[in-house]
Design a protein around this ligand. Structure first.
Ligand code: MG
Ligand code: ZN
Length: 199
């Protein structure tokens, strides 16, 4: 009797074979998924970056869900209307759907620094919203973005992060301010996917 119940407890404690484990990659938008001319407000200018379709396809095949977390201070500055923001987001989803990639949700922060909001990265609001809404275990999630603040926003929940591209410049410059959860620095999303899938 004791033996059986101890087995059952150990099995239910999770691990890689747990059938209800939800895995997600929380993605930045600009310069992570799409090229960014600066305050992107035209859906016709949305272009996926190299490695994005490959990377997301590999991750999706391995059971990862995707949410996008994006700072859009251009809305707060009056440079992007809410309608333009939605049109750009719709276009992004459409381009990804062509390759059968599904994004569950796009969270955005329309504020500027002076608003002192909870959601603007590196603030924790959008990570908390995604983890709570989809009932995700932070240890089974990743953050991927081109700025350290894209990763720092999940440090309080221990979400591991991957920095992509060269937006943050040379490593020696950003190292002192890098979040503890930063695990890798790679060139693009395809390489980020390879790092995630090695784990
Ligand atoms: Mg970005
Ligand atoms: Zn905000």
């Amino acid at each position: 009797m004791t033996e059986i119940s101890s087995h059952s407890v150990r099995y239910q404690s999770g691990g890689p074979h747990h059938s209800f484990m939800r895995k997600a990659v929380l993605l930045d938008r600009d310069k992570t998924l799409n090229a960014d001319p600066g305050y992107l407000n035209d859906p016709d200018k949305v272009e996926l970056l190299p490695g994005v379709v490959q990377g997301l396809s590999k991750l999706q095949a391995a059971g990862y869900m995707f949410m996008v977390l994006t700072n859009q201070s251009g809305v707060g500055r009056g440079l992007i209307s809410p309608e333009q923001l939605y049109a750009v987001n719709r276009r992004l989803l459409e381009l990804l759907q062509r390759d059968h990639i599904r994004i569950e949700r796009i969270y955005f922060c329309p504020h500027v620094d002076a608003d002192d909001c909870h959601c603007r990265k590196p603030g924790p609001g959008m990570v908390d919203a995604a983890l709570n809404e989809f009932q995700l275990d932070p240890a089974h999630c990743w953050l991927v973005g081109d700025r350290l603040r894209d990763l720092a926003c999940g440090e309080h929940r221990g979400v591991p992060g991957i920095l992509i591209g060269d937006e943050e410049g040379p490593e020696e410059r950003w190292r002192p301010s890098a979040p503890e959860t930063l695990k890798h620095h790679v060139a693009n999303l395809s390489e980020a996917a390879d790092r995630i899938l090695q784990v």
